[in-house]
Write a protein of this length. Structure first.
Ligand SMILES: Nc1ncnc2c1ncn2[C@@H]1O[C@H](COP(=O)(O)OP(=O)(O)O)[C@@H](O)[C@H]1O
Ligand SMILES: [Mg+2]
Length: 438
């Protein structure tokens, strides 16, 4: 038997790895993951428009790297050991996230305990030209000088993106459109970082992390509105998962958020609606080692629904379940293990019943509700005395609600919705009196 080593083509592979699923905000977030993993408490991000010379810099005050450490960090598939709940995983993020947005990444780093600052560059144009995994020790220019100053006092690392070919338009990178695009990306980045790192920004994990983007502080956006007194915090549940070799615990924390009229202010209600708005922000918020990786929707357990829009729940797992959740490289997506989906069905349906209740209690006052049924009853049973009509109305309406809740509890909500559709078509009167038309 003989072996032949066939090394990959650096030119081809680096180009294709640019497209593994990052967008601008998620790429920045993956660089910030490294800062958090390096124990940083401050991360300063600059996204600066300068035509074709526009640049992005992400500077932290973390542990920093030695020359050897930085060399390894720039290897595709960095070789190193990972501690439990280390945000890193594949040894790719620094390279793939950076080069998904630009063609040249410069890393300037200084360990807290050393006096030497190292600077290295990966430039895709050089890698492609030489078809080799080359790392450059560059000459010092203004950008590098600025970065070196940033880590001069307390150590840390600066990641600098240049040649932003994926960000700027090929034609007229100096134009107004390019400028507005960069400004738009900066805004989306502020929003994205405020969501995915909210626990770190709040100091829920230790010393609070401070992130700025172009000098503006990133504020945490906590999907569970912890400062709202009317927020209904339901009991925490824990589930043990074992798949093959991997096993660990998953924690579910369900919440029913207050409806608009029970929020401390309409402005706060609107803020808590979130970037996708109430409907699509309902559902599971999945955290890996305190960092939010995926949110919105119920992970295949049920669909999103206007009536359950006040329901949100955190689902937390540790890195020992990475394999089970199948976290992707860009750390934007996990797969819900089928075993867990089954375990979550009941608590999630219960949460949604409560949320539905909270929604109905406020979206329509009881008087209105009764009025509706009465109106429909008087239309269909004109000879019935008023008092009897109103008694029947409330009773029948309650029956509709009870059926709906039972369907949810039985985990048959999708079937219930199909049944309602049929009733609406075949017996619209019955549907109206059961209150199935809201
Ligand atoms: N800001 C930083 N501070 C200190 N070390 C870093 C920093 N960024 C990257 N590194 C080092 O580079 C390695 C490779 O990073 P990366 O490519 O993102 O892969 P991963 O985070 O999955 O290990 C990290 O494991 C870490 O040792
Ligand atoms: Mg990383």
């Amino acid at each position: 038997m003989t072996y032949t080593s066939v090394a990959p083509s650096a030119a081809r592979l680096t180009e294709s790895l640019r497209d593994i699923g990052y967008d601008f905000p998620t790429a920045v977030a993956d660089i910030v993951d490294n800062s958090v993993a390096a124990g940083a408490t401050r991360v300063e991000i600059d996204i600066r428009f300068d035509g074709a010379g526009s640049w992005v810099s992400i500077a932290d005050d973390g542990r920093g790297m030695t020359a050897n450490g930085l060399m390894e960090a720039l290897r595709y598939g960095s070789r190193r050991e990972y501690g439990r709940n280390d945000l890193g995983r594949y040894g790719l993020g620094l390279k793939t996230a950076s080069l998904s947005q630009c063609r040249s990444v410069t890393v300037v780093s200084r360990p807290q305990t050393a006096t030497r600052t190292v600077t290295r560059v990966i430039d895709l144009d050089v890698v492609v030209e030489e078809d080799d995994w080359l790392i450059i020790s560059p000459d010092i220019d203004d950008h590098v000088r600025r970065a070196r100053e940033q880590v001069a006092d307390s150590g840390g690392t600066v990641v600098l993106w240049r040649k932003l070919d994926r960000v700027l338009p090929e034609k007229r990178p100096e134009g107004g459109w390019a400028r507005r695009r960069l400004e738009g990306l900066a805004e989306r980045t502020v929003q994205h970082l405020g969501i995915v790192f909210h626990r770190f920004l709040e100091g829920a994990t230790g010393e609070p992390l401070a992130i700025t983007v172009n000098g503006v502080k990133v504020e945490p956006w906590n999907p569970f509105a912890p400062d709202e007194p009317a927020c209904n915090v339901l009991p925490v549940q824990r589930f043990e998962i074992t798949v093959g070799e991997a096993s660990g615990w998953v924690t579910l924390r369900p919440y029913v958020l207050p409806s608009r009229d029970r929020f401390s202010s309409p402005a706060e209600f609107d803020r808590m609606s979130g970037p996708l708005n109430w409907n699509r922000q309902q559902g599971l918020y999945i955290y890996r080692a305190e960092r939010l990786v995926q949110w919105g929707g119920w992970g295949g357990i049920r669909g999103i629904d206007e009536h359950t829009k006040l329901a949100r729940a955190s689902l937390e797992f540790d890195t020992d379940l990475d394999v089970v959740f199948n976290i992707n490289v860009a750390k934007m997506r996990v797969t819900m293990p089928p075993q867990l989906r089954q375990m979550l069905e009941r608590p999630i349906n219960e949460l949604c019943i409560r949320a539905d209740d909270a929604y109905r209690r406020t979206s329509r006052t009881p008087a209105n509700n009764a009025g509706n049924y009465e109106a429909s009853l008087s239309e269909h049973f004109p000879s019935m005395p008023d008092r009897a009509r109103s008694a029947v109305g409330v009773g029948v309406g309650a029956a509709g609600l009870a059926l709906r809740s039972a369907a949810m509890q039985a985990g048959e909500y999708a079937a219930w919705k199909r049944i309602v559709e049929v009733i609406r078509i075949q017996a619209p009167d019955v549907a109206a009196s059961l209150g199935l038309n809201d």
